[in-house]
Ligand binder design. Sequence first.
Ligand code: NAP
Length: 258
Amino acid sequence: MDFGIRGKWAVVCGASKGLGYGCAEALAGEGVNLVINARTGAALEEAATRLRAKGVTVHAVACDIATEAGRKAVLAAAPQVDILVNNAGGPPPGDFRTFTREDWLKAIDAKMLTPIELIKATLDPMIERKWGRIVNITSSAVKAPIDILALSNGARSGLTGFVAGAARKVAVHNVTINNLLPGMFYTDRLKNNFITQAKNANTDVAAAEKARLSTIPAGRFGTAEEFGQMCAYMCSSQASYFTGQNVLIDGGAYPGTF
Ligand code: NAP
């Protein structure tokens, strides 16, 4: 299927590796030009080189997307933003009793206010052009909270509520806003979580991985490639009637009917 987005411009944040890179790669495969972002310049440049090999134009902007200066630099690198993929690292795990007000403000700033600022900056030109696609990478924790991820559960739910309202305001202009909720994908973040879990449980990393695998009906962790392909569909021309949704992609791990 041709997704009808060849030649459009996408900003993909947090895209040097992991799920963000998976989204950038799938969009590049559809002929979408990219502005990609991450904080570490060398890894970002390597990612940009791999993406350019797909025949699209790629601008790499190394900065912290949770800062105002970072967001300005990223947006300035795109001739126009047809597609916005909001993403960055997740907040740290821990017992909620140990989190300070500062920890909460940082998580809310990064996981709620940063995507909202980027949506605010890109939405009106999308409305004028009568075409726009926004995908926020959130987490399965929005649907089924994870006890050690209080900062993520809370801050991402704030973004989810905002999107539910905003998406309905702009749907008439062929601008869609959706959230993509990863379950367990085998990225550096998940691998680091296993290292921490193994340390805390005084076991080895393979045992920690095996324990988590047993909770996934698909019997495997997800890949960044398949995550990116779902994102690319959500950004396609065909997906114009698909908005305000929270799409869980988790190998069946969430046990509910809906
Ligand atoms: P990852 O493999 O660690 O990749 C994160 C990417 O974001 C990297 O490119 C990283 O590069 C960049 N990044 C991090 N903080 C940034 C910032 N402040 N500004 C700009 N770029 C930043 O993580 P992932 O597994 O792809 O996860 C992506 C998101 O999905 C996270 O929010 C995570 O919590 C969420 N999630 C993941 C899973 C999973 O199973 N993987 C499950 C649920 C939710 P630099 O470090 O160089 O900036």
